[in-house]
Design a protein around this ligand. Structure first.
Ligand SMILES: CC(=O)N[C@H]1[C@@H](OP(=O)(O)OP(=O)(O)OC[C@H]2O[C@@H](n3ccc(=O)[nH]c3=O)[C@H](O)[C@@H]2O)O[C@H](CO)[C@@H](O)[C@@H]1O
Ligand SMILES: C=C(OP(=O)(O)O)C(=O)O
Length: 419
């Protein structure tokens, strides 16, 4: 089991370029099966989840070439619509194959997906939307068997703006007969990136980034070349690492509009944020004393992202005063708190609310990553802690951060990956 060994207390410095977004590249890779041709995907992050998605694509007949610059997928010769169960269980995002496979072949057999245990994570909204487009779905022994003669456009209202359901419905609607409207759609930037990718292959999708998305079905799609947007969660994580270590750093390849809610909370803890004129660079100047925040409430975009909640818990553990964090998106996303407490943090959790009483210092300890962002939060805490921190089970962290140790070492951190 690999782990990170961190000697805390070192200041970070310098500049770091942010990688492409995991949550954009995963649905886009799944979407590459729709066109029956070539997709060239640039600016991708080199992650475990990306490799699993590539394995899935290869296992159904796609030719995939991954180099340091791009992933090229040729989906012409797909020979099966059954997705390997062991791969699907590795990663939640395998569910994104439903929409594209139904759009192209009218069928798919897939098991329920695995992934980080941050909540129950049902897929009822995905299935409801697909059923409204004419898909017949039978569920037995943990498998979903879906089929449709030809998808038909539909008016779909989501009870909750689910990111995955919005994307799966978009993906199935691009080749459907007629128009589809998704109302109460999720507005995350990764959905806008998916729209750009689909439209670049000839789809007609409008409105991504707002709560109503219109998709006009087309007959066929062509080859495509696309660059993935920067990862707003990696950007936020690095800014949080700078804040907790009181270090001035600059990040590049960041879209400031995508992290407004995170920047607003960094300002509340006392950080100065200098947004460079060319708009894809941010410099952070942290205060000498971190201030607590009254309220952080995770919400769908543009609200404060649930994927930044654990990292802020680490940060607020060292603030001078008491902060309150409410997790509204996932019901089980506080697993990192017990580990933070081993490092000296003072946190009380009651249901979906965590009360964090700032302490003067965190101390290095042996801790375990229980999920992706919770694991990143422990690394950040380790950077600021006195002494040595060992973060175990880092396979979770490597799902979402492209060489996290290297990234932090570039900024001067003392962190080593040990196999
Ligand atoms: C690959 C990807 O993009 N992952 C992101 C995506 O996950 P994901 O797409 O899974 O997140 P959703 O927006 O779907 O989930 C949000 C909430 O809706 C619930 N729900 C969702 C679907 C459904 O059919 N029924 C249902 O009840 C979930 O259990 C959860 O409580 O958005 C999350 C919320 O911003 C982020 O944390 C994840 O990083
Ligand atoms: C929960 C996350 O991702 P996923 O939906 O891939 O599990 C995340 O990125 O924090």
């Amino acid at each position: 089991m690999s782990k990170y060994l961190i000697n805390g207390g070192k200041k970070l410095k310098g500049e770091l370029e942010i990688s492409g977004a995991k949550n954009a590249v995963l649905p886009i890779l799944a979407a590459s099966v729709i066109n029956g041709g070539k997709s060239v995907i640039n600016g991708f992050p080199d992650l475990r989840d990306v490799d699993i998605m590539i394995e899935i694509l290869k296992s159904i007949g796609c030719r995939v070439k991954k180099s340091s610059k791009s992933i090229i997928v040729d989906s012409k010769n797909i020979f099966t619509q059954e997705i390997d169960e062991s791969l699907v269980r590795e990663m939640r995002s395998s569910i994104f194959l439903m929409g594209p496979m139904l759009a192209r072949f009218g069928k798919i057999k897939i098991s329920y997906p695995g992934g980080c245990e941050i909540g129950h994570r049902p897929i009822d909204l995905h299935l409801k939307g697909l059923r409204e487009m004419g898909v017949k779905i039978s569920e037995s022994h943990g498998f979903l068997e879906c089929s449709v003669d030809h998808l038909k456009g539909a008016e779909i209202h989501l009870d909750y703006p689910s990111v995955g359901a919005t994307e799966n419905i978009m993906l199935s609607a691009v080749l459907a007969n007629g128009k589809t409207y998704i109302r109460n759609a999720a507005k995350e930037p990764e959905i806008v990136d998916l729209q750009e990718y689909l439209n670049a292959m000839g789809a007609k999708v409008n409105g991504a980034g707002t709560s109503v998305i219109e998709i006009i079905g087309v007959d066929s799609l062509s080859d495509v070349n696309h660059r993935i947007i920067p990862d707003r969660i990696v950007a936020g994580t690095i800014l949080a690492a700078a804040a907790i270590t009181k270090s001035e750093i600059t990040i590049t390849n960041v879209i400031q509009d995508h992290i407004v809610s995170v920047i607003s909370k960094l300002k509340e803890v006392g950080c100065m944020i200098l947004e460079k004129e060319n708009k894809d660079e941010i410099k952070i100047i942290p205060p000498t004393i971190l201030k607590p925040v009254d309220i952080i409430r995770t919400l769908p975009y543009p609200g404060f992202p649930t994927d930044m909640q654990p990292q802020f818990m680490s940060l607020l553990s060292l603030a001078q005063g008491t902060s309150i964090v409410t997790e509204t998106v996932f019901e089980n996303r506080f697993k990192h708190t017990e580990e933070l407490m081993r490092m000296g943090a003072k946190i009380k959790v009651d249901g979906r609310v965590a009360v964090i009483k700032g302490v003067n210092e965190l101390t290095g300890a042996k801790v375990e990553a229980k999920d992706l962002r919770g694991g990143a939060a422990l690394v950040i805490a380790g950077l600021a802690a006195e002494g040595t921190t060992i973060v175990e089970n880092i396979k979770h962290i490597e799902r979402g951060y492209d060489k996290f140790d290297l990234m932090l070492r570039k900024l001067g951190a003392d962190i080593k990956r040990i196999d």
